[in-house]
Design a binder for this molecule. Sequence first.
Ligand code: SAH
Length: 229
Amino acid sequence: MSFKEKRKDLVESLIKRKILTKTEVIDAMLKVPREKFLSEKAQSSAYMDTPLSIGLGQTISAPHMNAMMCEYLELKEGDKVLEIGTGSGYHAALCAELVAPENSQNPGHVFTIERHEELAERAEISLKETGYNSSVTVIHGDGTLGYSEAAPYDKILVTAASPEKVPPPLKKQLKDGGILCIPAGSKSFGQNLYIVRRDGEKFKSKKITGVRFVPLIGKFGFNSKSESL
Ligand code: SAH
Protein backbone atom coordinates (compact mmCIF):
# COMPACT_ATOMS: atom_id res chain seq x y z
CA MET A 1 0.00 0.00 0.00
CA SER A 2 1.37 3.46 -0.88
CA PHE A 3 1.73 6.23 1.70
CA LYS A 4 -1.09 8.06 -0.05
CA GLU A 5 -3.44 5.08 0.30
CA LYS A 6 -2.48 4.61 3.96
CA ARG A 7 -3.08 8.32 4.54
CA LYS A 8 -6.56 8.05 3.00
CA ASP A 9 -7.40 5.03 5.19
CA LEU A 10 -6.29 6.88 8.33
CA VAL A 11 -8.34 9.96 7.44
CA GLU A 12 -11.40 7.80 6.75
CA SER A 13 -11.06 6.13 10.16
CA LEU A 14 -10.77 9.55 11.86
CA ILE A 15 -13.94 10.65 10.05
CA LYS A 16 -15.75 7.48 11.22
CA ARG A 17 -14.59 8.17 14.79
CA LYS A 18 -16.04 11.71 14.41
CA ILE A 19 -12.66 13.24 15.23
CA LEU A 20 -12.44 14.79 11.79
CA THR A 21 -15.54 16.75 10.81
CA LYS A 22 -14.49 19.89 8.94
CA THR A 23 -13.86 19.62 5.19
CA GLU A 24 -10.82 21.92 5.29
CA VAL A 25 -9.16 19.89 8.06
CA ILE A 26 -9.95 16.64 6.23
CA ASP A 27 -8.40 18.03 3.02
CA ALA A 28 -5.31 19.23 4.89
CA MET A 29 -4.84 15.81 6.55
CA LEU A 30 -5.19 14.17 3.12
CA LYS A 31 -2.59 16.48 1.64
CA VAL A 32 0.29 16.78 4.13
CA PRO A 33 2.69 13.81 3.85
CA ARG A 34 3.29 12.84 7.51
CA GLU A 35 5.99 10.33 6.47
CA LYS A 36 8.20 13.17 5.21
CA PHE A 37 8.48 14.52 8.77
CA LEU A 38 9.72 11.21 10.19
CA SER A 39 12.99 9.31 10.23
CA GLU A 40 13.30 6.49 7.69
CA LYS A 41 12.84 3.98 10.49
CA ALA A 42 9.54 5.51 11.65
CA GLN A 43 8.10 6.05 8.16
CA SER A 44 6.42 2.67 7.94
CA SER A 45 4.34 3.64 11.00
CA ALA A 46 3.49 7.11 9.68
CA TYR A 47 -0.21 6.34 9.27
CA MET A 48 -0.81 4.40 12.45
CA ASP A 49 -2.84 6.49 14.88
CA THR A 50 -0.08 6.64 17.46
CA PRO A 51 2.61 9.04 18.71
CA LEU A 52 6.10 8.29 17.31
CA SER A 53 9.61 9.09 18.47
CA ILE A 54 11.35 11.99 16.71
CA GLY A 55 14.60 11.78 18.72
CA LEU A 56 15.90 13.74 21.75
CA GLY A 57 13.22 12.10 23.89
CA GLN A 58 10.44 13.92 22.01
CA THR A 59 7.42 12.59 20.11
CA ILE A 60 5.18 13.61 17.25
CA SER A 61 1.56 13.43 18.49
CA ALA A 62 -0.85 10.79 17.23
CA PRO A 63 -2.72 11.95 14.10
CA HIS A 64 -6.08 12.08 15.93
CA MET A 65 -4.55 14.65 18.31
CA ASN A 66 -3.26 16.77 15.39
CA ALA A 67 -6.71 16.57 13.82
CA MET A 68 -8.53 17.47 17.05
CA MET A 69 -6.33 20.47 17.75
CA CYS A 70 -6.79 21.79 14.21
CA GLU A 71 -10.58 21.39 14.47
CA TYR A 72 -10.84 23.13 17.85
CA LEU A 73 -8.62 26.01 16.76
CA GLU A 74 -11.06 26.82 13.93
CA LEU A 75 -8.10 27.58 11.67
CA LYS A 76 -9.02 29.56 8.60
CA GLU A 77 -7.35 31.15 5.61
CA GLY A 78 -5.48 34.31 6.61
CA ASP A 79 -4.93 33.36 10.28
CA LYS A 80 -1.62 34.20 11.93
CA VAL A 81 -0.69 31.22 14.08
CA LEU A 82 1.91 30.66 16.79
CA GLU A 83 2.87 27.06 17.54
CA ILE A 84 4.98 26.20 20.58
CA GLY A 85 6.82 22.90 20.15
CA THR A 86 7.76 22.48 16.47
CA GLY A 87 9.03 18.93 16.97
CA SER A 88 8.97 17.31 13.54
CA GLY A 89 7.27 20.28 11.85
CA TYR A 90 4.27 18.14 10.79
CA HIS A 91 1.66 20.02 12.79
CA ALA A 92 3.04 23.35 11.58
CA ALA A 93 2.65 22.10 7.99
CA LEU A 94 -0.96 21.07 8.71
CA CYS A 95 -1.70 24.52 10.12
CA ALA A 96 0.01 26.15 7.11
CA GLU A 97 -2.14 24.11 4.72
CA LEU A 98 -5.22 25.51 6.49
CA VAL A 99 -4.21 29.17 6.87
CA ALA A 100 -2.21 29.63 3.66
CA PRO A 101 -3.59 27.22 1.03
CA GLU A 102 -2.05 27.22 -2.45
CA ASN A 103 -2.95 30.28 -4.55
CA SER A 104 -4.49 32.02 -1.53
CA GLN A 105 -5.28 35.72 -2.04
CA ASN A 106 -5.02 36.25 1.69
CA PRO A 107 -2.38 33.85 3.00
CA GLY A 108 -1.86 33.55 6.74
CA HIS A 109 1.40 32.46 8.36
CA VAL A 110 2.63 30.01 10.99
CA PHE A 111 5.41 30.91 13.44
CA THR A 112 6.65 27.87 15.28
CA ILE A 113 9.14 27.70 18.15
CA GLU A 114 11.31 24.74 19.19
CA ARG A 115 13.74 24.65 22.11
CA HIS A 116 15.93 21.85 20.70
CA GLU A 117 18.09 23.34 17.95
CA GLU A 118 18.59 19.98 16.26
CA LEU A 119 14.83 19.44 15.96
CA ALA A 120 14.27 23.00 14.73
CA GLU A 121 16.88 22.47 11.99
CA ARG A 122 15.43 19.11 10.96
CA ALA A 123 11.89 20.51 10.89
CA GLU A 124 13.05 23.38 8.71
CA ILE A 125 14.49 20.90 6.19
CA SER A 126 11.28 18.80 6.16
CA LEU A 127 9.16 21.93 5.70
CA LYS A 128 11.34 22.99 2.78
CA GLU A 129 11.19 19.56 1.16
CA THR A 130 7.40 19.53 1.40
CA GLY A 131 7.05 23.11 0.16
CA TYR A 132 5.72 24.67 3.37
CA ASN A 133 8.75 26.84 4.09
CA SER A 134 7.19 29.99 2.62
CA SER A 135 4.22 29.83 5.02
CA VAL A 136 6.07 28.58 8.13
CA THR A 137 8.85 30.34 10.07
CA VAL A 138 10.79 28.09 12.47
CA ILE A 139 12.33 29.80 15.48
CA HIS A 140 14.81 28.22 17.88
CA GLY A 141 14.08 29.36 21.43
CA ASP A 142 11.91 29.18 24.53
CA GLY A 143 8.30 29.18 23.35
CA THR A 144 6.91 29.87 26.82
CA LEU A 145 7.97 33.48 26.14
CA GLY A 146 5.92 33.45 22.94
CA TYR A 147 7.25 35.40 19.97
CA SER A 148 6.42 39.06 20.47
CA GLU A 149 8.05 40.09 17.17
CA ALA A 150 5.04 38.84 15.19
CA ALA A 151 2.29 39.19 17.86
CA PRO A 152 -0.67 39.35 18.19
CA TYR A 153 -1.84 35.96 16.91
CA ASP A 154 -5.30 34.79 15.84
CA LYS A 155 -4.53 31.32 17.14
CA ILE A 156 -1.92 29.83 19.48
CA LEU A 157 -1.20 26.12 19.61
CA VAL A 158 0.91 24.58 22.36
CA THR A 159 2.02 21.00 21.68
CA ALA A 160 3.80 20.26 24.98
CA ALA A 161 2.20 20.00 28.43
CA SER A 162 2.21 23.25 30.37
CA PRO A 163 1.94 23.63 34.17
CA GLU A 164 -0.71 26.33 33.67
CA LYS A 165 -3.52 26.92 31.21
CA VAL A 166 -2.15 30.17 29.81
CA PRO A 167 1.52 31.05 30.29
CA PRO A 168 1.43 34.86 30.93
CA PRO A 169 3.35 35.96 27.79
CA LEU A 170 0.88 34.06 25.62
CA LYS A 171 -2.04 35.92 27.21
CA LYS A 172 -0.62 39.16 25.86
CA GLN A 173 0.16 37.73 22.45
CA LEU A 174 -3.28 36.24 21.73
CA LYS A 175 -5.59 38.59 19.81
CA ASP A 176 -8.86 39.63 21.38
CA GLY A 177 -11.30 36.96 20.12
CA GLY A 178 -8.40 34.60 19.47
CA ILE A 179 -8.24 30.91 20.39
CA LEU A 180 -5.50 29.02 22.22
CA CYS A 181 -5.25 25.23 22.40
CA ILE A 182 -3.04 23.84 25.16
CA PRO A 183 -2.45 20.64 27.14
CA ALA A 184 -1.99 21.55 30.80
CA GLY A 185 -1.51 19.71 34.07
CA SER A 186 1.31 17.77 35.67
CA LYS A 187 4.59 16.92 33.96
CA SER A 188 3.93 13.32 33.05
CA PHE A 189 0.29 12.44 33.75
CA GLY A 190 -3.01 14.00 34.70
CA GLN A 191 -3.02 16.45 31.80
CA ASN A 192 -6.07 17.80 30.00
CA LEU A 193 -6.45 19.51 26.66
CA TYR A 194 -7.99 22.99 26.98
CA ILE A 195 -9.42 25.44 24.50
CA VAL A 196 -9.10 29.00 25.73
CA ARG A 197 -10.88 31.94 24.12
CA ARG A 198 -9.85 35.52 24.75
CA ASP A 199 -12.68 37.97 25.32
CA GLY A 200 -11.13 41.33 26.16
CA GLU A 201 -9.14 40.70 29.32
CA LYS A 202 -11.09 37.52 30.09
CA PHE A 203 -9.78 34.07 29.16
CA LYS A 204 -12.52 31.46 29.08
CA SER A 205 -11.27 27.91 29.10
CA LYS A 206 -13.03 24.67 28.25
CA LYS A 207 -11.69 21.24 29.14
CA ILE A 208 -11.78 18.91 26.14
CA THR A 209 -10.25 15.57 27.15
CA GLY A 210 -7.47 13.85 29.08
CA VAL A 211 -4.18 13.75 27.15
CA ARG A 212 -0.50 12.90 27.49
CA PHE A 213 2.16 15.22 26.06
CA VAL A 214 5.90 15.68 26.67
CA PRO A 215 6.55 18.57 29.11
CA LEU A 216 6.77 22.22 28.10
CA ILE A 217 10.15 23.28 29.41
CA GLY A 218 11.13 26.90 29.83
CA LYS A 219 10.80 30.07 31.85
CA PHE A 220 7.00 29.77 32.15
CA GLY A 221 6.96 25.98 31.84
CA PHE A 222 8.58 23.14 33.77
CA ASN A 223 12.18 23.19 34.96
CA SER A 224 14.73 21.82 32.45
CA LYS A 225 16.43 19.76 35.19
CA SER A 226 13.33 17.63 35.30
CA GLU A 227 13.49 16.63 31.63
CA SER A 228 14.18 12.95 31.13
CA LEU A 229 15.79 12.15 27.80
N1 SAH B 1 4.02 19.56 17.18
C1 SAH B 1 5.07 18.57 17.06
C2 SAH B 1 5.17 17.63 18.24
C3 SAH B 1 5.63 18.30 19.42
S1 SAH B 1 6.42 17.37 20.67
C4 SAH B 1 4.99 17.77 15.79
O1 SAH B 1 4.07 17.99 14.97
O2 SAH B 1 5.87 16.95 15.57
C5 SAH B 1 6.69 18.76 21.72
C6 SAH B 1 7.87 19.59 21.33
O3 SAH B 1 7.88 20.72 22.18
C7 SAH B 1 9.21 18.90 21.52
O4 SAH B 1 9.93 18.91 20.32
C8 SAH B 1 9.90 19.74 22.60
O5 SAH B 1 11.30 19.84 22.43
C9 SAH B 1 9.23 21.08 22.42
N2 SAH B 1 9.27 22.01 23.55
C10 SAH B 1 9.12 21.75 24.88
N3 SAH B 1 9.19 22.90 25.59
C11 SAH B 1 9.38 23.91 24.69
C12 SAH B 1 9.52 25.33 24.80
N4 SAH B 1 9.49 25.98 25.97
N5 SAH B 1 9.68 26.04 23.66
C13 SAH B 1 9.72 25.43 22.45
N6 SAH B 1 9.60 24.10 22.29
C14 SAH B 1 9.41 23.35 23.39
